[in-house]
Write a protein that binds this ligand. Structure first.
Ligand code: UT7
Length: 336
C-alpha cells in the first residue's frame, strides 16, 4: 500500500491593509455595485510596498507548522505567480527564515492552480519516500503586478498566503489526499499573462523615463477565462469524484478557487452540488491566486464550518491554462 499525504496543519495570513471597493472607485472608473454584482468581492488585502511574497509565505508557513505541532519538515514547496525574484526561487529563503535547516525547497508556477499542483507534487514526494513531511505554501502579492489603469483586473486580484503541512500516513486516515487530477492547455497561454520579464521579452520593471511598461503587468481576458474556468473546474471535479468514489451530493464542502462567486455557483450547478455547500471567502479577500484554496480552507475552519469527517472537494483553475482537483476527509486539526 503506497504512502499517503495526510493533512497535519493549516495556517493563513493576509496583510493588514484592507482595500475596499469604495477605495478603488475613488482611484479608477468602477463602483462597489459593479464589483459586488459581477464578482462577489467587497474588499481585499494589499501588502505594503516593503512586503514581498516571501514575507507573507513565512507568516502563513509558521502558522501551519504551529498548527501541525512540528518544526520538522524535509521539503518546502511554494506555489506563487509573484515570486520575490525571477531567480532564485522563493522557497529556499522561506525555509531558511523559518529555521527549517538545509531542506529541499522549490517553487511551483501554475498561477491560480498552483496550490493544488503543489499539494500533488508534495504527495508524490511523500509517496516516493523523498519526504516524510512537507510544508506547502501558496503565497501572492498580486498588488505588485496589477496595472492601476486596468480596472478589469485591479478590482479582482489580491495578496495573501496559506499553507499546509502534509505528513506521510495511511490512505484510510482522515486528512489523506485521496486522489489528484491535474491538467493544462498551453494553447491558451495568452488569456492570462504577464508578457514581459521572462526570456521572450526581458525587461526591467521601470524604464529610463521612470514609467512602467504595460507588458510588465498582469493581463487577463476575463470573458473566455470565465467560461474555461467553469468548464474545466466542473470536469476536473467530476473526474476526481469518480476516482474517489463520491457522489456530488455526498460532498460536504466544495472549496473552489476564489475567482468569482458566479463561477463557484456555476461549477456547483454543473456538478449537482447545493450552492450553500460552496465555501466563499472571496467577498473579504478577493482572488489571491495560489493562496486562494488554503485561505478558503482556513476561513471555513475558523468559521467552524468544517467538522471532522466532512468530505472536502478542492478544485482550482488558472493561467497556463491550468486546472486541478483533490479531495480529503476533514481531520482533527486546529488551524492557525
Ligand atoms: O483566477 C484565475 C481565473 N480567473 C477567473 O476565473 C476570472 C474569470 N472572469 C471573470 O470573473 C469575469 O469575466 C470578470 C469579473 C473579470 C469580468 O466580468 P464580466 O461579467 O465578464 O464583465 P466583462 O468583462 O464582460 O465587462 C462587462 C462590462 C464592460 O463594459 P461594456 O463593454 O459592456 O460597456 C466592461 O468594460 O463591464 C465593464 N467593466 C467594468 N465596469 C466597472 C469591466 N471591469 C469593470 C470594472 N468596473 N471594474
Amino acid at each position: 500500500m503506497s504512502r499517503a499525504a495526510v493533512l497535519a496543519g493549516l495556517g493563513t495570513y493576509v496583510p493588514r491593509r484592507v482595500v475596499t471597493n469604495e477605495d478603488l472607485a475613488r482611484a479608477m472608473d468602477t463602483s462597489d455595485e459593479w464589483i459586488r454584482s459581477r464578482t462577489g468581492i467587497a474588499q481585499r488585502h494589499w501588502a505594503q510596498p516593503d512586503t514581498a511574497t516571501g514575507d507573507l509565505a513565512v507568516e502563513a508557513g509558521g502558522r501551519a507548522l504551529k498548527s501541525a505541532g512540528t518544526h520538522d519538515v524535509d521539503l518546502v514547496v511554494v506555489a506563487t505567480t509573484t515570486p520575490d525574484h525571477p531567480c532564485p526561487a522563493t522557497a529556499p529563503h522561506v525555509a531558511h527564515r523559518l529555521g527549517l535547516g538545509p531542506v529541499a525547497a522549490y517553487d511551483i508556477a501554475a498561477v491560480c492552480s498552483g496550490f493544488v499542483y503543489a499539494m500533488a507534487s508534495a504527495a508524490g514526494a511523500i509517496a516516493a519516500g523523498i519526504a516524510d513531511r512537507v510544508l506547502v505554501i501558496g503565497a501572492e502579492t498580486y498588488s505588485r503586478i496589477l496595472n492601476p489603469e486596468d480596472r478589469a483586473t485591479s478590482v479582482i486580484f489580491a495578496d495573501g498566503a496559506g499553507a499546509v503541512v502534509l505528513r506521510a500516513g495511511e490512505p484510510s486516515e482522515p486528512g489523506a489526499l485521496l486522489a489528484h487530477d491535474l491538467g493544462s492547455d498551453g494553447s491558451l497561454k495568452d488569456l492570462i499573462i504577464v508578457p514581459a520579464g521572462g526570456s521572450r521579452q526581458p525587461t526591467g520593471a521601470v524604464t529610463a523615463s521612470g514609467t512602467r511598461p504595460a507588458e510588465t503587468y498582469f493581463h487577463m481576458e476575463g470573458k473566455p477565462v470565465f467560461r474555461h474556468a467553469v468548464t474545466r473546474m466542473a470536469a476536473s471535479s467530476q473526474t476526481l469524484l469518480d476516482r474517489v468514489g463520491w457522489t456530488p451530493k455526498s460532498v460536504d464542502w466544495f472549496v473552489g478557487h476564489q475567482a468569482n462567486v458566479r463561477i463557484l455557483h456555476a461549477v456547483a450547478d454543473q456538478l449537482g452540488l447545493a450552492r450553500d455547500r460552496t465555501v466563499v471567502n472571496l467577498d473579504r479577500v478577493g482572488n489571491t491566486s495560489a493562496a486562494s484554496i488554503p485561505l478558503a480552507l482556513g476561513d471555513a475552519a475558523s468559521r467552524g464550518l468544517l467538522t471532522p469527517g466532512d468530505r472536502i472537494l478542492m478544485s482550482a483553475f488558472g493561467g497556463g491554462l491550468t486546472w486541478g482537483s483533490t479531495a480529503l476527509v476533514w481531520p482533527e486539526i486546529v488551524a492557525g
